[in-house]
Design a protein around this ligand. Sequence first.
Ligand code: ASP
Length: 589
Amino acid sequence: MTDARDADVVEETSMRTGLCGHLRAGDDGRRVRLCGWVARRREHGEHLAFVDLRDYTGIVQCVVDGSVDVRSEYVVAVTGTVRMRPADKRNEKLPTGDVEVGECEVEILSVAEPPPFAVDDRVDADEPVRLKNRYVDLRRPRMQANLRLRARVNSAIRAAMERQGFCEVETPLLWSPTPEGAREFAVPSRLHRGSFYVLPQSPQLAKQLLMVSGIDRYYQIAHCMRDEDLRADRQFEFIQLDMEASFVTQADVIGFVSSAVLDAAEAATGERPPPIESMTWAQALDRYGTDKPDLRLATELVDLTEAFAGTEVRAFAAPCLKALRVPGGGSLTRSRLDALVDRAKGLGAKGLAWFAVEGEPGALTLTSPLDRFLRDDERTALLARTGASAGDLVLVVADEHRRACTVLGTLRTETLGRPVSEGPYRYVWVVDFPLFEGLDEAGRPVPAHHPFTMPHPEDLARLETDPLSVRSQAYDLVLNGWELGSGSVRIHRVDVQRRVFEALGIADDEAEARFGFLLGAFRHGAPPHAGFAFGIDRLVAIFAGEDNIREVIAFPKTQSGADPLTGAPKPLAPGTLADLGIRVLPSPG
Ligand code: ASP
């Protein structure tokens, strides 16, 4: 619950004098009227009853002379006088534990059925039950704290954006397809039968239009909707800090967003993190095997290609040899090692070599089926490059560079990974992403971002001749291995846009059909612009010490996308379907 009172907030209303959790020894003798929920009632013989009264600030003990007919979760108003508890009855665990409210009169404002689970952080009810009764679940101190933390983060972000001259503009939820690439939710139109709105995956196109409109610096705490499989860090509907600015470079955007994120971190945790470091996508891949590096894990991938150039080990004959030290991994059992090998193969590697390190500093030995094939200089290089010491394990993958890195990068997080919310908070900007992810079956480049992402100016000339080598001006912000958000400098020039569409195989008429309104706007004077968006649910979950964003969302969906509270999604009444001109087919199978 809230720890500190806000000095500026007048607690008194027409119905109460103040809040339960704020009473202290200094209130001794004060006549109070408090309102809240009955957390617990205990009878002490016939003549005394204790009612623990709860509101969002905490619990205070109220003493009633005589009996009182209230049950858990009844809503009551209690009038009484604050007094010190006898010294041996003080409760150190309760912030209000030095005092109680005596000589209480209790007025029942609303009765309640027995709660589906105890409103207590120590009681862990099943999630479907919690979500079905979310209004009760949210009364728990942990959930109250999470939602209030979220509000503090939102408010710090808003303040940071306003301070930097950003103007809040709301954009429509009933919209047209946006280019983020996920499956979209469609909303049937009653007035235009057979036509559909699309719920925006982000305000991407709207914010670019706002740049053409001269808004200059836009932001919004925006709802985004994507019909994707749900995970710990993903809901259909999520909230982003969405921003866009004109006449700026990538460095400016990174500066704006860093300020907002660091302010939010400070508001949430009380500590301002150090300036956020950055690395290129190529460095992230090479050192961590992923574009979402978790910098909390001390160990990095190292390159052994040169050291093993003339190796006799046949399994190491590959363009690239990468190694990863697993601290303390030397004690893994043979079956765990076999499982790692299988996992590496499952990830696409031809194999995985392992070396358990034993012995004393200066006289380290390797245990491995491959050890007898190693030359002395290779053994020395493997130990020196990885910095391995006794008790460690060294994993080696031989493959082309990208695969060797990604396989070891995945093993790095799987073997050493920690819950995302566990400190310290390690932010990193990853910049210079490739413009294309690879080639599709038809040999056409697959975009790594939406098609309005500006190529790196140094690489633009190679767009047609060597597209896979072209970097983009796209950047991600990563925290403890979770992608918080991404953004890019946008293409504002018609000639560059045409070349990128061409490289993507998007024909003129298709571009016109999908994004014609944006391209049309660009013909009316588009400023150079760039932007970013980051997920507030993810950021708050990490600050709240939660590993699932559902815990920081008031009314989330379950893993299967259902809402046990309202029953959504549910069938529409036949009349509504008829109005929309929709006939529902039976599910296939
Ligand atoms: N629209 C992008 C997203 O939601 C972010 C951006 O490029 O501004 O991921």
